[in-house]
Design a protein around this ligand. Structure first.
Ligand code: ADP
Ligand code: MG
Length: 395
């Protein structure tokens, strides 16, 4: 799960991470009022969407940039009115962009250096890793590509936690000395505490800035939370903004389905994440494009299967469906019953290839055969994938 920058700043304040002051606004009037509260200071108005790269983004109406500096409350209101309700495209949103429904109005700070600081989970070592760079700001992707030696890494033992010698080491790598060293240690420690306490899988602060008067401040924040931990993070769940998520994924999450929307035309319904991955691969190998990842798991009910089928069919790009079930714990007849119920209800009109194997397969095949639905049967995974790709091309 992701949150907005303005929500991330609330977490910063709770955990004592130094940042500049600001407030979210939903209308140009609110933006102007908030800016008035920052009397006499320069102001930054920032589009709030679940994607980075806003500074260098553009709106589909031609307006450039999702992050703007201004001098007066009136200007802040005008900037907000140019962004609110408009679609912002950045290198992270894809060409369709994201609609801006709120802006952050925040005190501008003078910047002498822009640094990069992130905490992630490293899959290879199974530990948190801190990534830092002196080359923060809007071109960090280019830095990672062209001068990877400027990216510093520090691994943290999950049981021991981030140690003071490590915060000093990172500060040193970032060229933070003198009074900045103490601020850096405090800020890194606070961020690490936040990372652990809130079950984050990513915290990215870009930029972390040094001001001319010697302050270290987090000016941007991108968070990602481990969905498996949300059951114990009520205040994080309360920050969820479903309007930022793929509507297909929102629907799937209501039924506890592991669904990820993609942009192809062949939907797949599979049990087991590994089998789902290989099903997507083999669809691609046979010349098709998967429309989704969907793992219904081992213990799905027929209601969940029916819901999964409805979500698949609600995607206008879907031109064919491949059901690939290797029933171990999963009962093939539960799958078959769910499919038949959903197909009847929605009036299935696109090709459907089903490959069923394993637990209670005979009953499953019988349910499908007796349903009266036009179902193409796949003998094995390769056969099923070829058949769905051909059927979609023919249709
Ligand atoms: P994004 O990463 O989505 O482009 P940022 O919040 O990082 O958005 O903003 C882009 C740039 O705008 C920053 O790298 C920084 O130079 C500048 N900026 C952002 N917030 C402020 C602020 N409060 N004061 C001054 N400059 C800012
Ligand atoms: Mg940024």
């Amino acid at each position: 799960m992701n949150i907005h920058e303005y929500q991330a700043r609330e977490l910063f304040e709770k955990f004592g991470v130094a940042t500049s002051h600001g407030r979210v606004a939903f209308t140009p009037e609110e933006a102007q009022q908030t800016a008035q509260g920052l009397a006499g200071k320069k102001i930054v108005v920032k589009a709030q969407i679940h994607a980075g790269g806003r500074g260098k983004g553009h709106f589909t109406n031609g307006f450039k940039g999702g992050v703007h500096l201004c001098n007066t409350p009136e200007e802040a209101g005008q900037l907000a009115s140019q962004m609110l309700g408009q679609t912002l495209v950045t290198h992270q949103t894809g060409p369709e962009g994201k609609v801006v429904n709120k802006v952050l109005v925040v005190e501008a700070v003078d910047i002498s250096r822009e640094l990069y600081f992130a905490i992630l989970l490293d899959r290879a070592t199974s530990t948190p890793v801190i990534i830092a760079s002196t080359e923060g700001g809007m071109d960090i992707e280019a830095v990672a590509e062209k001068s990877p030696e400027k990216i510093f890494r520090e691994f943290v033992h999950p049981l021991i936690g981030l140690q003071p010698y490590q915060t000093r080491k990172i500060a040193h790598a970032l060229g933070l000395t003198g009074p900045l060293l103490g601020q850096a240690s405090k800020l890194f420690t606070a961020l690490y505490k936040l990372f652990i306490a809130r079950d984050c899988s990513q915290i990215e602060v870009n930029p972390l800035v040094v001001t001319p008067d010697g302050q270290l401040l987090a000016l941007d924040a991108k968070f990602n939370f481990d969905d498996n931990s949300l059951y114990r993070q009520a205040d994080i769940v309360a920050m969820r903004d479903k309007t930022e998520e793929d509507p297909r994924e929102v629907a799937a999450s209501e039924f506890n389905l592991n669904y990820i929307g993609l942009d192809g035309n062949i939907a797949c319904l599979v049990n087991g994440a590994g089998l789902a991955m290989s099903t997507m691969d083999i669809i691609q190998y046979c010349g098709g494009k998967p429309a989704n990842f969907l793992d219904v798991g081992g213990g799905a009910s027929k209601e969940q299967v029916a819901a999964a089928f409805r979500i698949i069919l609600s995607d206008p790009n879907v031109q064919g469906i491949l059901v690939n079930i290797f029933g171990g714990i999963m009962d093939c007849n539960v799958i078959a019953t769910g499919i038949v119920a959903a197909a009847r209800e929605t009036g299935l009109s696109i090709p459907l290839v089903v490959r069923l194997e394993g637990n209670n397969v005979a009953a499953g095949k019988q349910t499908l055969a007796e349903s009266g639905l036009t179902i193409i049967s796949g003998n094995d995974l390769a056969d099923a994938a070829q058949k769905i790709v051909q059927a979609v091309k023919a249709a």
